[in-house]
Design a binder for this molecule. Structure first.
Ligand SMILES: NC(=O)c1ccc[n+]([C@@H]2O[C@H](COP(=O)([O-])OP(=O)(O)OC[C@H]3O[C@@H](n4cnc5c(N)ncnc54)[C@H](OP(=O)(O)O)[C@@H]3O)[C@@H](O)[C@H]2O)c1
Length: 461
């Protein structure tokens, strides 16, 4: 990892000498002055954290961190924190032009729109940027990193991946001596909550989602989470950092959890597995050079795997390094406290004048890795069919498997619900190439024996 001294210079004063927390009272050193855009869950959490831990933050940062200005939509809203000491901007982009601001903290959200406009303006104006916005980093991270590098300022986004877990720093700095072989994990708390609740209660997906929405674990529009997009944003960021690759969100293969039924969870349990939404990325040697495989999909995870006990809204990331071995990062993936903790840790780094390449190496040297084609990769697979309960259906499915060279390890037909109704047929395949399972499903496409598209869940090795 390249490290150099920050070139950020507060506009209204001489640059503070690099703070030395052993030499001077940190409270007497010029503060790092920040502006916060977005005063919702995370923004208010950051203000609360800076207030509560003021002295220890100053001691560790070598100087105080002070909020000077804020912006949100509604100035009058009660946010549970006192914002009266801070200057207010109706237009959040104006924060980037203020002379009393060294670093802009973007906690608004959205890949484009005002969050992006503010972030661009901040970096262009020579201010550091801290953001928790995974959508924006996944889509525009490279351009923002280029702008940060050009201005010699920091761009940091620890909170954008797995909330309070210091996994960006852990991978960018803690594993920087390693060639990573694989990065994978549970990156979305909403999906993990739903899947582990289904496991706990035996309830089906739809009713568990409604319960999760009531409890605040799922948004009113939950599609970003349950369709795997949020996890894909985070995975793309981790893959870029972990493999020194240009971020490529569009190349992430994404499957969400809508199709998972209570019966799948029960079947997985009987086989010794739990179901988790897993984001995974690795690099393989293709014909034309290295390729990057990134995918998000529900997987069967053996109950003795370190990711199996990760339940509720918790996140966990595994990084496998060629010298470090397997590292597990686990903790709260969201919430005001954990997310604020990650945001303020970034601010402390900036206050210490740490400016490193946002994606671990400078943008110009990040590799443009083409997406890998996984068809030749081998895995064991759980496949669940919902079929019309009539003679010959099992024979049709097993014939397709035979014709596609898929070897069946076990096959379970769930009891008949009602004469002529729908039944579930689940199978586990022996380890074999993914393309064979794909071919078998193609052979069954359009079959009037199937009442729904089959659900294919790989078994995490
Ligand atoms: N919540 C978490 O646990 C969590 C975890 C990790 C990362 N993040 C990320 O952190 C960011 C913020 O999330 P959050 O949960 O704090 O969101 P939130 O509670 O919805 O807060 C968003 C804030 O942005 C303000 N805002 C929205 N649109 C605006 C606009 N056009 N102009 C000015 N202000 C605007 C809102 O103003 P008003 O309050 O006046 O409406 C609100 O204060 C997102 O990128 C999210 O993905 C969140």
């Amino acid at each position: 990892m390249t490290k150099r001294r920050a070139r950020h210079v507060p506009r209204s004063e001489e640059p503070p000498s690099v703070p030395d927390s052993h030499a001077a009272d940190p409270l007497s050193i010029a503060p790092l002055r920040i502006a916060i855009a977005g005063l919702g869950t995370v923004g208010a959490g950051v203000i609360r954290l800076l207030e509560t831990n003021r002295d220890l933050i100053a001691a560790r940062a070598g100087r105080p961190i002070e909020v000077t200005a804020v912006s949100a939509r509604d100035r009058a809203k009660d946010r549970g924190v006192d914002i009266s000491p801070f200057a207010w901007e109706d237009d959040m982009t104006a924060l980037a032009a203020r002379n009393d601001v060294d670093v802009v903290v973007e906690l608004v959200g959205g890949a484009d729109g005002p969050a992006l406009a503010l972030s661009r303006a901040a970096l262009k104006g020579g201010k550091g940027l801290v953001t928790a916005n995974k959508a924006m980093v996944a889509h525009h991270g490279l351009a923002l990193a280029e702008a940060a590098e050009a201005a010699g300022v920091a761009l940091k986004f620890e909170a954008a991946v797995a909330g309070g877990i210091p996994v960006v720093k852990g991978i960018r700095e803690g594993t920087s001596a390693n060639a990573l072989t694989k990065v994978y994990g549970i990156l979305n708390g909403t999906c993990n909550y739903i899947l582990s609740e289904m496991e706990e209660t035996g309830a089906d997906f739809a009713e568990t989602l409604i319960e999760a929405q009531k409890l605040g674990y799922a948004e009113a529009d939950p599609s970003f989470d349950i369709d795997g997009i949020d996890a894909a944003h985070k995975l793309a960021i981790l893959a870029a950092i972990g493999f020194g690759a240009r971020i490529d969100f569009d190349a992430v293969r994404v499957n969400g959890i809508r199709q998972v039924r209570a019966a799948d969870i029960a079947q997985a349990d009987a086989l010794g597995f739990v179901i988790r939404l897993i984001g995974e990325a690795d690099v393989e040697e293709g014909e034309g050079g290295p390729c990057l495989l990134q995918r998000v999909r529900p997987c069967l995870v053996a109950k003795n795997h370190p990711l199996a006990p990760v339940d509720g809204p918790t996140n966990a990331v595994v990084a496998e390094g060629n010298f470090s071995g397997r590292l597990l990062f686990q903790g709260a993936g969201a919430g005001d406290g954990p997310t604020a903790s990650a945001v303020v840790a970034d601010l402390i780094d900036i206050a210490r004048s740490e400016v490193s390449a946002p994606f671990s190496i400078p943008v110009a040297r990040l590799a443009a890795l083409p997406p890998a084609e996984p068809g030749h990769r081998t895995e064991r697979t759980y496949i669940r069919f919902t079929v019309n309960d009539r003679p010959g259906v099992l024979a049709e499915i097993t014939a397709a498997m035979r014709d596609a060279d898929v070897s069946i390890e076990s096959l379970i037909q769930h009891g008949r619900s009602r004469e002529g109704g729908e039944v579930l047929v689940a199978m586990v395949t022996h380890e074999g190439p993914e393309r064979c399972v794909t071919r078998a499903l193609e052979l069954l496409e359009g079959s009037d024996s199937l009442t729904d598209p089959p659900l294919v869940l790989p078994i995490l090795s």
